[in-house]
Ligand binder design. Structure first.
Ligand code: GDP
Ligand code: MG
Length: 162
């Protein structure tokens, strides 16, 4: 089974930037993955000899009501489809209450969750990581999706453990 990775996190943390970088616009053939729908954005990433499916999502504000409802629903459906969740946060902005709400909900899903602290081109990566320790995720990575810093290393480690 190819791993399926869902990108989850608040709007503007850099999910689509990371998605575009690792897929380089390789659209996934959804037909190869029974049970998937066209409602979410799927792509294929490759690390060495291994490929994986990655799902981009619209973003979660932490409050699933109102205008965010459809986006939130799509996100949780993507989490259901995934074997691995990659939870993105914004290292430049720092920890927010919405991050804490999403983290709490992810913990209850019982999936493997990794935390990627993005935008660490703009801040000290170690300091940025420290700020998010309290969310309680074992697998944490400091990345910069725009430049690709730390991205290959992160994907390697995630797939090694998959
Ligand atoms: P999404 O809403 O989570 O999909 O976020 P986007 O991928 O659309 O990115 C939101 C904004 O953050 C854009 O202006 C990106 O250029 C910017 N961004 C994404 N990744 C990085 C990064 O690693 N460093 C910096 N400085 N900006 C980033
Ligand atoms: Mg996006």
């Amino acid at each position: 089974m190819r791993p399926v990775i869902a990108l989850v996190g608040r709007p503007n943390v850099g999910k689509s930037t990371l998605f575009n970088r690792v897929t380089k616009s390789r659209d996934a053939l959804v037909a190869d993955f029974p049970g998937l729908t066209r409602d979410r954005k799927y792509g294929t990433g490759v690390i060495g000899e291994r490929d994986y499916l990655i799902i981009d999502t619209g973003g979660l504000s932490g409050d699933d009501a109102g205008i965010d409802e459809y986006m939130a629903k799509q996100t949780w459906l993507a989490v259901d489809e995934a074997s691995i969740v990659l939870f993105l946060v914004d290292g430049k902005q720092g920890l927010t209450g919405a991050d804490e709400l999403v983290a709490e909900r992810l913990r209850r899903q019982g999936k493997i969750v990794y935390l990627a602290v993005n935008k660490t081109d703009a801040v000290d990566p170690d300091q940025a990581l420290t700020e998010f320790y309290g969310l309680g995720f074992d697998g944490m990575f400091a990345i910069a999706a725009t430049q690709g810093r730390g991205v290959t290393q992160m994907m390697n480690q995630i797939l090694e453990e998959a």
